[in-house]
Write a protein that binds this ligand. Structure first.
Ligand SMILES: Cc1cc2nc3c(=O)[nH]c(=O)nc-3n(C[C@H](O)[C@H](O)[C@H](O)COP(=O)(O)OP(=O)(O)OC[C@H]3O[C@@H](n4cnc5c(N)ncnc54)[C@H](O)[C@@H]3O)c2cc1C
Length: 385
């Protein structure tokens, strides 16, 4: 059996593992997955953990249990370095040998070196969502509070989704006591969609009492206030940084080709340029959007190519074809850009129809029946509240 080691238990690592199960059953490979956290997290639903529409427990799959059930090994460790000459991965829990390696270590929050931003709340991990939830529920429960201001920095899809969610959550506090501000440095929010959906999102946020401010880059952050490039100071009770991510800088020996943003350069087969026994995918790879949609499509190719390597078959190239995008805008509201193969057209949908599309698409995409059922139960519970 060939030793396959997967680094990272996110979209890239988990979906590659799913694609390798048949080869494992045939005892062609022995798989070990190494990750910092013992869970796979379905990040597109993370903002709903903050508002308690989904319980933290429902948003994750415990990797150690899942892998054990499928005859694979999970190691809960931090990857320190990959030595491709000796085919070893150095972790804080010891060294691991491999014959085929899959690198899917993802990305971390990018603060762009702006002073004080590291102290802000973020939305990348489950722990982040729980910290944010604690902060918001503290505000909600504090009946003596006369006024509160929540600031979200970054008007990409994550920023817009969490802003709408926070607005719904704090709705009982409205009537001049809560203020929600979404700050975007560029000239508009949602850079990856079209003008029509951007307008829908802005109108929907405004209706929920959110002030959307464009051309408002943050210069400095202090304990309870931030300073914009225009020198204006905005005080806040809770500030959430969603302005960007950067690829994890995985240390290789000998070094591998990387872009200026430290993203790994790969061949169309998703193998490293200097070492065909190493595959890389997801946010850590250069040349593709940093989305789960891309990563899941790449994972299918990586699994297929590992199976092809085992059987000495030719490898496939990864070709990215965008399928559209979805973003939620709180209760009963969403935006969707859907590519239809039948009509060969892009459909733009919003409102309640898009809300249904959002829920149906994600329910279909969530891996496994048990996981789907947990999420569906949580959605039903929160809709009836
Ligand atoms: C809040 C949020 C919402 C999102 N919504 C969408 C969406 O709606 N649609 C969409 O397409 N994309 C969305 N994304 C983007 C999507 O989550 C990423 O593109 C995707 O997760 C990338 O997969 P990955 O495997 O490269 O990285 P990840 O899924 O982040 O997995 C990386 C894994 O590696 C582990 N790791 C990192 N460093 C180390 C280390 N040194 N040692 C050990 N383990 C390590 C991490 O703990 C993690 O488990 C969203 C992201 C966030 C944060």
């Amino acid at each position: 059996m060939k030793k396959v080691v997967i680094l990272g238990g996110g979209f890239g690592g988990f979906y590659t593992f799913l694609g390798l199960r048949r080869s494992m059953r045939k005892r062609l490979i022995d798989v070990t997955l190494v990750s910092r956290e013992d869970h796979f997290l379905f990040t597109p639903l993370l903002h709903e953990v903050v508002s308690d529409k989904i319980r933290a427990q429902s948003s994750k799959i415990t990797l150690s249990d899942f892998l054990k059930r499928h005859g694979a090994r999970f190691i809960n460790a931090d990857v320190v370095r990959v030595d491709t000459s000796s085919q070893k991965v150095m972790t804080d829990a010891g060294n691991i040998e491999y014959e085929i390696l899959v690198v899917a270590l993802g990305a971390s929050v990018n603060f762009f070196g702006i002073s004080g931003t590291e102290s802000l709340l973020t939305l990348k991990t489950l722990a982040d969502a729980q910290n944010l939830k604690t902060c918001l529920y503290k505000i909600l429960r504090d009946s003596s509070r006369l006024c509160c201001r929540i600031v979200v920095i970054g008007g990409g899809a994550t920023g817009v989704e969490i802003t709408a969610e926070v607005a719904d959550l704090l709705a009982p506090l409205r009537k001049n006591v809560s203020e929600i501000v979404l700050l975007e440095a560029m000239d508009d929010i949602l850079p990856n969609t079209n003008d029509r959906l951007r307008d829908v999102a802005k109108r929907s946020l405004k209706k929920r009492g959110v002030e959307v401010r464009l051309h408002a880059p943050v210069k400095k952050v202090r304990k309870h206030s931030l300073e914009l490039a225009s020198d204006e100071t905005i005080s806040f009770d809770c500030a959430i940084w969603t302005a960007g991510v950067k690829a994890v800088d995985c240390d290789f020996s000998p070094s591998q080709s990387k872009s200026s943003a430290n993203r790994l350069k790969v061949l169309p087969t998703l193998q490293l340029k200097k070492d065909p026994s190493v595959f890389a995918l997801g946010d850590i790879v250069d040349g593709y959007p940093m989305t789960a949609q891309v990563t899941v499509a790449q994972a299918k190719i990586v699994a297929r190519n590992i199976n092809a390597l085992l059987l000495n078959n030719p490898l496939s190239n990864f070709v990215y074809t965008p399928k559209g995008m979805l973003f939620s805008l709180g209760r009963w509201m969403a935006g969707a850009e859907v590519k239809t193969h039948l009509l060969n057209k892009v459909l733009y949908i919003w409102g309640l129809a898009a809300w249904w599309v959002w829920h149906i698409v994600y329910l279909r995409k969530i891996p496994g029946f048990r996981y789907k059922l947990r999420i569906l139960t949580d959605w039903l519970r929160s809709s009836l509240q």
